[in-house]
Write a protein that binds this ligand. Sequence first.
Ligand SMILES: NC(=O)c1ccc[n+]([C@@H]2O[C@H](COP(=O)([O-])OP(=O)(O)OC[C@H]3O[C@@H](n4cnc5c(N)ncnc54)[C@H](OP(=O)(O)O)[C@@H]3O)[C@@H](O)[C@H]2O)c1
Length: 440
Amino acid sequence: MSEQAKTVRIGLAGLGTVGGGVFQNLIQNKELLHGRLGITLDVTAIAVRNPDRDRGFPVDRQLFVNDWKDLVADPEIDIIIELIGGTTEAKDLVLAALRSGKSVVTGNKALLAEHGAEIFKVVEETGQAIHYEAAVAGGIPIIKTLLESLVGNHIVSAYGIINGTCNYILTRMATADLSYGEALKEAMDKGYAEADPTLDINGMDAAHKAVIIASLAYGSWLPSDSMHVEGIEAVELIDMQFASKLGYSIKLLSVIKGHDDGSIEVRTQPSLIPLDHILASVHGVFNAIAVHGDIVGETLFYGSGAGQNPTSSSVISDLADAAMAIAGSKPRSSFVPHGIYGKPVAIEDTTSRYYLRLEAEARPGVLAQIAGLLADHQIGIISVLQPDEGQGQDPQTAQLILTLHEARYGDAVAARDAIAQLSCILDKPALFRIETLDPQ
Ligand SMILES: NC(=O)c1ccc[n+]([C@@H]2O[C@H](COP(=O)([O-])OP(=O)(O)OC[C@H]3O[C@@H](n4cnc5c(N)ncnc54)[C@H](OP(=O)(O)O)[C@@H]3O)[C@@H](O)[C@H]2O)c1
């Protein structure tokens, strides 16, 4: 680490889906990361198989080294990010990096599930750190949650939908009546399944993640052959249809439970879960993990379980922790001002769609007056509903339910108040926001 500038030097092994995301995101959010950490995260060397391959984004060719061993041998490098995948060379790389006094960040679930005990022994011997948030459920921060946020809890159980490919296939079978083969083909065509989807559909990918969760929850690194795994190949459309009639959805569910006698149950199988359980509404490629702690009770973690940016987000979180430890920084305080954002938006200037309920005289021309006032405030109408007259309702009055296009809140309130003044309006109008809950 460079002392003056607090720059932490990073060797990146792998510049594929995840490595490419990490490389680009570190550049994209460099200012934000520096503002929050007070450290510059600098990728100083990259190892790949083929440096000549077009990456689709600019990379200074000088960064490429011949071999991952060059990253390990470079005394200037503080942290190695292992994103080459597999369990052979990746294991050699991780062990060599730890032994050479470097911190390691990895997203390699297979490596940890199969060789976790050996790797953590070397972590202990060397006093170095290994971070692996990206190894379980891509962008969902479940590792840190188990290690930090739930530190005071015995984990009673964790139920996970932790393979996006399987969840996509099962969702399409359930919602579009596709056969297993049709849904698998669709997942491959859309890029949600690998060219060779074996490790996903036979349950092994989810099982690897389950081993990591179980090991963290119960404090001993479990051998990966100690768990039961079944894939989704045997699930047929008819099973989906009958499950639904019975009030269930079929999901590839990983179950992790600690029993009172100290034994641990870890299994991954297609399972029927009640339609009214929140996990039944985890659709498509999304992942979710419901963790029950003896103190906290039920918690749920949901999000993108794979993909370039979600996984990169977890890798960068680990990188930040490793860099802070190396830089000898104090633990991140509970509030870090960085000055990139700041000015609050006035409520009048916020925008959304709206729901407007009116009680009006039931006579021609009323709707035209209302529409006119809305137009005066640059607000368009999406739909108008007039619920059936209820028994005992005055036939001279009409309830109107309008949904309105996106507009400034200030304009919507002004339009509501102007409408309230019309002589045909019989009661105070009710205006509520419709939030589409889009991320942007
Ligand atoms: N993809 C995801 O959504 C996701 C999510 C969570 C975790 N992960 C994990 O993240 C890791 C990487 O996955 P990925 O999808 O990014 O894989 P990927 O797209 O196949 O990329 C692998 C990268 O590693 C390089 N590489 C492979 N063997 C190497 C070697 N021996 N020496 C140097 N470089 C080598 C490749 O070089 P070339 O580019 O030259 O071929 C490529 O850049 C895996 O452990 C995976 O399980 C992935």
